[in-house]
Write a protein that binds this ligand. Sequence first.
Ligand code: HEC
Ligand code: HEC
Ligand code: HEC
Ligand code: HEC
Ligand code: HEC
Length: 436
Amino acid sequence: MTSSDRSPWTRRNIGLLIIAFIVGAGIMGGIAALLLSIQERKVEAQQYPLKVVEISKNELDPAVWGRNFPREYDSFLKTSTDTITTTYGGSVPYSKLERDPALVRLYAGYPFSVDYNEERGHYYALIDQKKTKRQEVVKQPGACANCHAAEAPQLIAEMGWENFNHTPYKELQDRLHTGTSCADCHDPETMNLRITRPAFINAMTARGIDLNQATRQEMRTYVCAQCHVEYYFQGDNKVLTFPWSQGLTIDDIDAYYEKIGFKDWTHQENGAPMIKIQHPEFEMWSTGIHARSGVSCADCHMPYIRDGAIKVSDHWVRSPLTNINQACQTCHRESEQELKDRVISIQDRTAELLRRTEAALLDASDAIMAAQKAGASDADLATARQDYRRGSMRWDFVSSENSMGFHSPQEAARVLATAIDLARQAQLEAQRVMPH
Ligand code: HEC
Ligand code: HEC
Ligand code: HEC
Ligand code: HEC
Ligand code: HEC
């Protein structure tokens, strides 16, 4: 063994050391670069990644917001896709009246019997509302614009709440251009979620809920509940109101309408004082297992999507059956197929119960019409008509809810069972008062 072999400073060892140093420096550099890049991405994932433009307080144009948040904007634009088909939902705006002709009779005498389509993405919110034939049948109030135009909050501030609601829609129409905007849900300064629609604030206040105390997770549902809820127009000023002061179930809503003696229309066939229920997604969700487990609308309809190392919320709000992987498998371990099958089996059962309820309601309407024709008086028919109203309201609560039972399967089944019972009671009662 030579001395040079023992010395650490042999040429070979020096060579190795240099290599080690270079590799080490490389690793350090790499780590530094990685840290820097993580830092950058963190910054990027924060509120203002690249504050390209200042967003003014009243900015409604999503394209302007999109300059600061291109990823969210890109996915937001995809809500114009209207070619998604799922078994019961999707974004193809097929006619619900053609698919289920029973609806024409069930809504007889009301604009929904003339034009009623499967809804599509947020991009169409104003487009579809402007062109529906329901506008022609009955003169609609400005109140419709509350949920169909991003201009609503600014017009309300300018015109006053009551004035905005009762101004005829046709007079307001020229001032509405933007169906949906980032401003509906975000504060332009902080990008925090915010509530912009007075009807929701009023309804929650009436229930004793202070929205300023809402948690972030609650806000991920509340922003949607500004629009995806049952509503009616109160009084001559047509003030948009959510019927929740007694609670959110259909039984609470029934009790509320009963207390104030409200009806939307008189049924053309059978003379019952009717309530039209519309898109009660928030109410239905509230009674389900996901709400009880703290799962928000955004968890399933706006899941995180990755772009490299950056996670953003998918603003292509749509049927989660198109992206089960992001929408469900963050929490559920079952396969995509298994999850899909579970949804479809819930929906098939709900659809079957809906068809049975419709048959029962039509039988009841036939029986009331027969009694009317035979000369039964309004007083004779009051109970049958009241049962019909209550059965129809419950049927509509499930029918007009857009998840075909998925948001709360057991509640949907319970409500439909009650609806069938009420419809058959209406039928029996009409037969009982039939003049002989
Ligand atoms: C656990 C997941 C989940 C949660 C939470 C959830 N949804 Fe859904 N939602 C679904 C599924 C699944 C469907 C059925 C989609 C289909 O049939 O194509 C659906 C359907 C819908 C539809 C109809 C979509 C279509 O394609 O026709 C709307 C609107 C909707 N949900 C709104 C909401 C709102 C508002 C909330 C919160 C109050 C909410 N959802 C909470 C999973 C969820
Ligand atoms: C409280 C909010 C709200 C108000 C007020 C409101 N809408 Fe809507 N509208 C929605 C939501 C949410 C959808 C999507 C879910 C659905 O179609 O069930 C929708 C869907 C629609 C559609 C597309 C689907 C269809 O039914 O053919 C039309 C058209 C429409 N609304 C017209 C109107 C008219 C007319 C008025 C006034 C009488 C009105 N809306 C008032 C929230 C609202
Ligand atoms: C300002 C009112 C408004 C708000 C806020 C709102 N929506 Fe909507 N949403 C609508 C309207 C209106 C439509 C129907 C548009 C049409 O058919 O023309 C719709 C349609 C939808 C659809 C159907 C999409 C499709 O492809 O068929 C889903 C799902 C949905 N909304 C979920 C949500 C969720 C989840 C939130 C909250 C994150 C939310 N919406 C917030 C008004 C609103
Ligand atoms: C219907 C309501 C709604 C609309 C409209 C909307 N967002 Fe969002 N946005 C959300 C929700 C819900 C989240 C999740 C927030 C949270 O978890 O705190 C979110 C999150 C964000 C975030 C935070 C980062 C992320 O992706 O999670 C940014 C930035 C953002 N949105 C930008 C936009 C822009 C830009 C637009 C318009 C092009 C827009 N949003 C329209 C509901 C909405
Ligand atoms: C943020 C988490 C989360 C997301 C996202 C989520 N779920 Fe769930 N889901 C839960 C929890 C928690 C439960 C309750 C489980 C329990 O208590 O056993 C549940 C329950 C269920 C159940 C069983 C209901 C019952 O009564 O047995 C089904 C089916 C289901 N989820 C389907 C879905 C589908 C489909 C999606 C996507 C569209 C989805 N979930 C998205 C958390 C989630």
